[in-house]
Design a protein around this ligand. Structure first.
Ligand SMILES: *Cc1c(COP(=O)(O)O)cnc(C)c1O
Length: 365
């Protein structure tokens, strides 16, 4: 049996007729940039995230970047985030002209609030907690510190659409949040895409212009901006898929439950804490013999990946920031031990059983 790590064609085939009809509807509308289809998705995304405003943009990275621009973050400023994320989390800070300052994570892969205070300087303008693996960061503690120090908080919610923290949806837990609609995310379109969620009218209004060349209207340009819009075609696909998202996330939580049941006696497995509902964008186990398990799984036909094998502070692009090995011990230890197993709603119970049996047979051998 082959269990691929991702298999996007399965989701496409499960809803092909609806997506083709949407392609045809947008085609016939003659509106391929901005317009009603985009606005409808924005209203739905805002309602879903339990915030007043959402704006479609070209990618999750752009969502974060435009939020930093809307907050007037630039040269001379520092933005705190964690080093075990997808590189875009730090790149958007550099793109805005500011300096990324890293803080190590806790065992939950998310920013460790106890390390925040000592990383804050007079130049710190924002903190970007990442809801990595689909699990919400410790937002109350991050927000408490940020409020006291008058710093903005921007959620990197790229991996966590639909997750809840103390009953509230991620994206509603900070000044503004960036979401990704990249095909491999829990809500993925057929190309790049993303959106900003915010409860701040000022940020909403600034980003509506920034994403569209800085235009106030068709002819008047208020500020230098960018071309970073979500295509109506992708917004149309996202609308259709959003209706299924809760069921998909629920299925991922179920699969996580099966993995936990089948594997908790042989490897470290993630568990939800009482106040949170993770959407399991990834299901990450931990073990010392990680590299040998990758090979064993591949021989059993099971795809696996590491998110992420090289922490951002040790990437070549980050050399100039001056961090070396040993600075973030938790991140660096996790990078040697973590492994993501296949998790997507279309996995069959037989496939889940095969993944579990394959991991277990590694320890029996
Ligand atoms: C995917 C991802 C991004 C970037 O989203 P894109 O839509 O690919 O630009 C940012 N942060 C995290 C944590 C991600 O997983």
């Amino acid at each position: 049996m082959q269990v691929p790590f991702v298999s996007l064609d399965r989701q496409y085939l499960s809803m092909r007729d609806g997506l083709i009809a949407e392609f045809d509807r947008v085609g016939r509308s003659g509106v391929y940039i901005m317009g009603d289809t985009l606005e409808r998705f924005e209203a739905e995304a805002a309602a879903y995230c339990e915030v007043p405003f959402a704006l479609g943009v070209a990618s999750g990275s752009d969502a974060l970047f435009l939020i930093l621009k809307a907050l007037d973050i630039g040269p001379g400023d520092e933005v705190i985030t964690c080093p075990n994320s997808f590189v875009a989390t730090a790149w958007v800070i550099v793109a805005a002209g500011a300096r990324p300052v890293f803080v190590d994570v806790s065992e939950d892969y998310n920013i460790d609030p106890t390390l925040l205070e000592r990383a804050i300087t007079p130049r710190t303008k924002a903190i970007i907690p990442v809801h990595l693996t689909g699990r919400p960061a410790e937002m109350d503690r991050v927000n408490d510190i940020a409020r006291r120090r008058r710093i903005a908080v921007v959620e990197d919610a790229a991996q966590a659409i639909g997750a809840r923290y103390k009953g509230r949806r991620v994206g509603s837990l900070s000044t503004a949040a960036g979401f990704s609609l990249h095909p491999i995310k829990n809500l993925g379109v057929m190309g790049d895409g993303g959106f900003v969620a915010t409860d701040s009218r000022a940020i909403y209004e600034r980003i509506s212009k920034l994403r569209n060349h800085g235009l106030r209207n068709r002819d008047e340009c208020e500020m230098w901006g960018y071309n970073s819009r979500l295509d109506p075609l992708q917004a149309g696909f996202a609308s259709i898929k959003l209706k299924r998202l809760d069921a998909w996330n629920q299925r991922c939580r179920e699969i996580a439950g099966q993995y936990r049941k089948g594997l908790s006696d042989v490897v470290w497995v993630p568990r939800d804490r009482d106040h949170e509902e993770s959407v399991y964008h990834t299901f990450v186990i931990q073990l010392e013999e990680r590299d040998r398990l990758v090979e064993h799984l591949s021989r059993q036909g099971v795809g696996s990946r590491i998110h992420y094998p090289i922490p951002i502070h040790l990437q070549e692009c980050a050399n100039s920031l001056g961090y070396g090995p040993g600075v973030f011990p938790v991140t660096e230890r996790l990078a040697r031990r973590i492994l993501s197993l296949p998790i997507y709603p279309e996995l069959t119970d037989a496939e889940i059983g095969h993944v579990i049996a394959s991991v277990r047979s590694f320890f029996q051998a």
